[in-house]
Design a protein around this ligand. Structure first.
Ligand code: ZN
Length: 301
């Protein structure tokens, strides 16, 4: 078992949460006031198995996310302090290797983010993004060369469910007709596109208002929706993969079935690709999670 797996296996979440708030146990669920947003309602935070969910602030996750939220710590600092607390060895080659990849990705994101001033015309005027989104998504600018795309473009960090930067996508804003619009990091030890949903870790906190999660294809559409306070994630490809459907199904269970996934595709009446996409997605959903509460909406073209 790797370090993070061993840590999650060894922590009894109700015991850890119980160090911050008084929990009472009923029908398989521990409930208490949520110490993350500091609420006083004693039933807003639910803890069961290895997960928590707050009905008031939408905070959710496992022991590492809880500890990192409570102590206001970045992911790896939270992991290492918890390892100390629960006596888990950090002497794990894989863990150290992964950590250095994430550290390197954070530095890359920073490097391009420092240049973002040169892309403000595009991001603000053309896309309508405000400063808060540009900061929150750590959008950056590359003059050319990043991800082997010679045209200039916007660098968008892609994060995993813990908020760690696993890879990047580059949206070319210069270049000729042969320049691909988007180019992603190639698959590697930490970047597995098929297992990721763009903006997942931020969007899940916005579901509580409407019990709706929007799924769109494009990164820029996700950021626009997020700016409006809409829970929105990007599926980053032509269809939903088995792993992505599983992530959605887990969310549905977390919300006791009280959630609707709204899938947006380009108008299938005029767009052949959109039509094929709907058919393919429907097949995948029926195959992997036929009970998924999903409905489809069509973009005007
Ligand atoms: Zn809360």
């Amino acid at each position: 078992m790797d370090t993070i797996g061993a840590l999650l296996y060894n922590i009894e979440l109700p015991e850890l949460v119980g160090q911050y708030t008084e929990l009472t146990y009923q029908n398989g669920v521990y409930r208490g006031a949520c110490p993350i947003h500091g609420g006083s309602r004693t039933s807003s935070l639910c803890v069961w198995d290895s997960h928590y969910y707050c009905h008031a602030c939408g905070a959710t996750g496992n022991a590492i996310q809880f500890y990192s939220d409570m102590e206001n710590l970045p992911f790896y600092q939270a992991v290492e302090l918890l390892c100390e607390k629960y006596n888990i060895s950090l002497d794990d080659e894989n863990y150290q290797k992964q950590k250095s990849v994430f550290k390197e990705n954070a530095l890359i994101a920073n490097r391009y983010h420092r240049n973002v001033d040169k892309a403000l015309d595009y991001l603000k005027e053309k896309r309508g993004f405000n400063d808060k989104m540009i900061e929150e998504f750590q959008l950056g600018y590359d003059e050319g060369g990043f991800l082997n795309v010679s045209a200039a473009g916007i660098v968008i960090p892609i994060q995993d469910n813990y908020g760690r930067i696993v890879g990047f996508t580059k949206r070319a804003i210069g270049g000729d007709s042969k320049t691909p619009k988007y180019k992603n990091t190639t698959e590697n030890d930490v970047f597995h596109k098929r297992q990721l949903l763009f903006n997942y870790h931020r969007a899940i906190k916005l579901i509580k208002g409407t019990n709706t999660l929007h799924l769109v294809e494009g990164y820029m559409d996700v950021i626009s929706a997020h700016q409006q306070g809409i829970a929105c994630i990007g599926y980053m490809g032509a269809s939903l993969t088995k792993d992505q459907i599983k992530l959605l199904y887990d969310l549905q269970i977390l919300h006791n079935g009280n959630i609707t996934f709204v899938l947006s595709v380009d108008n299938p009446d005029v767009d052949e690709t959109g039509k094929k996409m709907i058919v393919k997605m429907r097949e995948s959903i029926i195959k992997y999670a036929p009970d998924l509460n999903v409905c489809c909406t069509v973009y005007p073209t």
